[in-house]
Design a protein around this ligand. Structure first.
Ligand code: MN
Length: 282
């Protein structure tokens, strides 16, 4: 592929059960790179605008491809780097990519539907919101704007497991004057249990060691504090702090509202900060 045929790019590290064919149903505004790590040569060739077959992890090889094809990649408005177990149709993926650039975000991710497997409560969809500005987007499915990719691409080879990359991205993006957000209007379903990937057998350092080292190098806390900083409702209106606190308490998944761990690391400090900003004594 010498030049783009569509405005956005999706690059997926695909296994034998990849769900990328779902993304090709319906409206489609993106070219697709399928980077296959399974063992059936040619399995997904016909689906791809660019087809690669390589073993290994996700971000280091994808980062190499993006760097080796920098002139092509720069022509796209934004690049989505999803895991292959995210269920969504092409309409959702296309809307998600356009929303990212319309909002001017450096990086974003689609929220996860309430029935998804999840690691971090902040990623679950909040009912009644279009998007949230956040302190975090997860390695599972980040979309980078052109400027956001330029800021974060040098990190992709720094963690074999991928752990810790999403800890440092918001700091790398902030240095470039860029914000991150989670898109509640365009949710995807994470269909497989966390930590079940085949990658985890091949590491020399533990994922947590990699994350701790990266966080220390960039001067960020580990674990990273997950906070919602602002939000838009479906009409595009910016919520004030009190409205946002109410929206998070009323619209978050019961799996967040009923989780002591999520209360501690995410929801309670987020809501307290919002209430203080609204002048409410907490
Ligand atoms: Mn997964």
């Amino acid at each position: 592929m010498a030049s783009p045929t569509r405005p956005y790019l999706v690059v997926v590290r695909a296994g034998d059960r990849s769900l990328h064919r779902e993304w090709l149903r319906g409206r489609r505004n993106f070219d697709l790179v399928v980077d296959y790590y399974g063992s059936t040569p040619g399995l997904w060739r016909e689906d791809a605008d660019v087809y690669l077959e390589r073993k290994g992890p996700k971000f280091a090889p994808v980062g190499e491809w993006l760097q080796d094809n920098a002139a092509l990649v720069r022509e796209y408005e934004a690049v989505w780097l999803p895991d292959d177990d995210l269920y969504a149709t092409g309409d959702t993926v296309s809307d998600m990519l356009e929303l990212t650039t319309a909002l001017g975000l450096g990086a974003a991710q689609p929220a996860l539907t309430g029935d998804s497997y999840f690691s971090h409560g902040i990623t679950l969809q909040v009912a009644g919101l279009a998007m949230r500005w956040t302190s975090f987007v997860e390695v599972m499915g980040p979309v980078f704007s052109r400027a956001g990719l330029q800021a974060c691409l040098p990190s992709f080879g720094r963690s074999v497991s991928g752990w810790g990359l999403d800890t440092i991205w918001p700091t790398m993006l902030a240095a470039a004057g860029l914000e991150v957000g989670i898109l509640d209007a365009t949710p995807v379903r994470h269909t497989r249990p966390v930590g079940g990937g085949t990658l985890y057998g091949t590491l020399t350092k533990s994922p947590e060691e990699e994350a701790v080292e990266l966080a220390a190098e960039y001067g960020v806390s580990w674990p990273l504090q997950h906070r919602v900083l602002g939000a838009l409702d479906p009409s595009g209106r910016l919520l004030d702090a009190l409205e946002l606190a109410n929206a998070l308490l009323g619209g978050s998944s019961p799996r967040v509202l009923q989780s002591a761990a999520e209360q501690y690391v995410y929801l309670a400090p987020t809501v307290n900060t919002l209430l203080e900003a609204a002048g409410v004594r907490v």
